[in-house]
Ligand binder design. Structure first.
Ligand code: PHE
Length: 360
């Protein structure tokens, strides 16, 4: 059995030296595989005398077992070493501060639109939309502004280009959100309570005017709506929007072809030292136009004006944003200056804050 001891010493030595799992596998096949060295030795048992067999059999079995467990032990040692090496090389410092991530901000216009929508949702208003490229029927005629009406000039309208000989009705960039009144009533009828926020366009440019700006239209039509409801709604809105118990509003008699009577609303503010502040000072900023919807407008939208009446208003979203967040120049809203956007923008999880709430 010297032979067995020698084979054992050699193979166990080789197993101990195996550098990786594939070397180990080669050794396993050569030793205890079907045609391996030990397996062949076991086959030799058949030619032995029973006495020889009694000694060699258990010895060979023991040898096979020892080799198998040496292989398993070496295999797990190699595995541990590989894991340790991975842990060492893939080490991660979880205490390291994260790299600053580039976060965008919510534009004040988007923020304020959300705030307005939330307040009117509390008052039972849905949201309607209409196209920014309008035909002159919806932008003007249906709103009681016939072609020769001077209000058409006042609007500084952008007309869409028409090739010579193209005599389709003129299209314009809508000058206000009021056409959505008509589209909504035409499609959904009355009674209704909606707001319609969106972009509008007029050829105008200074620190409170840009050629593209934003309005939110309001429309409430029913059988029993009066100017008093309009006034309450607007006051309540301003209180909730500006988060104050009291806002000073001036209802100024005015004229719009599509409302009768009409009122424009100004809000008290001050512009001292490049700062715009609401609720103090001797300046007034116009924030909206409003009035009782003209019967002709209701008729143009297919509504029976002997049965129904109601109010409408159009507010400047941009101006509300300027006032609420103290932003003095409207033009900067649309310059895409990252410094401005980071300064005046909102984090994505900022919720419209409604400390004022709606009473009544
Ligand atoms: N459409 C008007 C404007 O743009 C505002 C307005 C809307 C006035 C609704 C009265 C009623 O100036």
């Amino acid at each position: 059995m010297d032979n067995i001891a020698g084979v054992k010493a050699r193979i166990l030595g080789q197993v101990a030296d195996a550098a990786d799992e594939s070397a180990l596998e080669t050794l396993r096949v050569a030793a205890v595989g079907k045609k391996g060295e030990v397996s062949l030795m076991m086959r030799g048992l058949g030619k032995m005398t029973p006495e020889e067999k009694q000694v060699a059999g258990p010895a060979l079995n023991a040898l096979k077992n020892e080799i198998n467990s040496a292989l398993a032990a070496r295999k797990s040692a190699l595995g541990d070493a590989a894991l340790n090496e991975r842990l060492r090389s893939e080490w991660l410092d979880v205490t390291q501060p994260a790299r600053p991530a580039q976060n965008g901000t919510i534009h004040p216009i988007s923020q304020v639109t959300e705030e307005i929508t939330a307040i009117f949702a509390d008052l039972g208003y849905g949201v309607a939309e209409g196209p920014q490229i309008e035909n002159d029927f919806y932008n003007f005629d249906a709103l009681n502004i016939p072609p020769e009406h001077p209000a058409r000039q006042e609007f500084d309208t952008f007309y869409m280009h028409r090739a010579d000989g193209d005599n389709r009705p003129p299209h314009v960039l809508r000058t206000h959100t009021s056409p959505v009144q008509i589209r909504h009533m035409e499609k959904h009828g009355v009674p209704c309570r909606i707001i319609a926020p969106g972009r509008v366009y007029r050829s105008d440019y200074d620190n409170t005017h840009t050629p593209m700006f934003h309005q939110v239209e309001g429309l409430a039509i029913d059988t029993d709506i009066s100017m008093a409801n309009l006034k309450w709604t607007l006051e309540e809105f301003c209180r909730a929007f500006f988060e104050v118990d009291f806002v000073e509003l001036k209802f100024r008699a005015s004229h719009f072809p599509f409302t009768e009577p009409s009122a424009e609303v100004d809000i008290r503010c001050s512009w001292k030292g490049g700062q715009l502040k609401i609720g103090e000072g001797d300046d007034w900023m116009e924030i909206l136009g409003s009035g009782m919807v003209h019967p002709k407008v209701l008729e143009a939208a297919g509504v029976d004006a002997t049965q129904y009446q109601g109010f409408a208003f159009g507010m400047g979203i941009d101006r509300l944003a300027m006032l609420k967040y103290g932003i003095p120049d409207l033009r900067a809203f649309f310059d895409s200056d990252l410094r401005w956007l980071r300064h005046y923008g909102f984090a994505s999880l900022d919720m419209p804050n409604m400390r004022g709430g709606i009473s009544g």
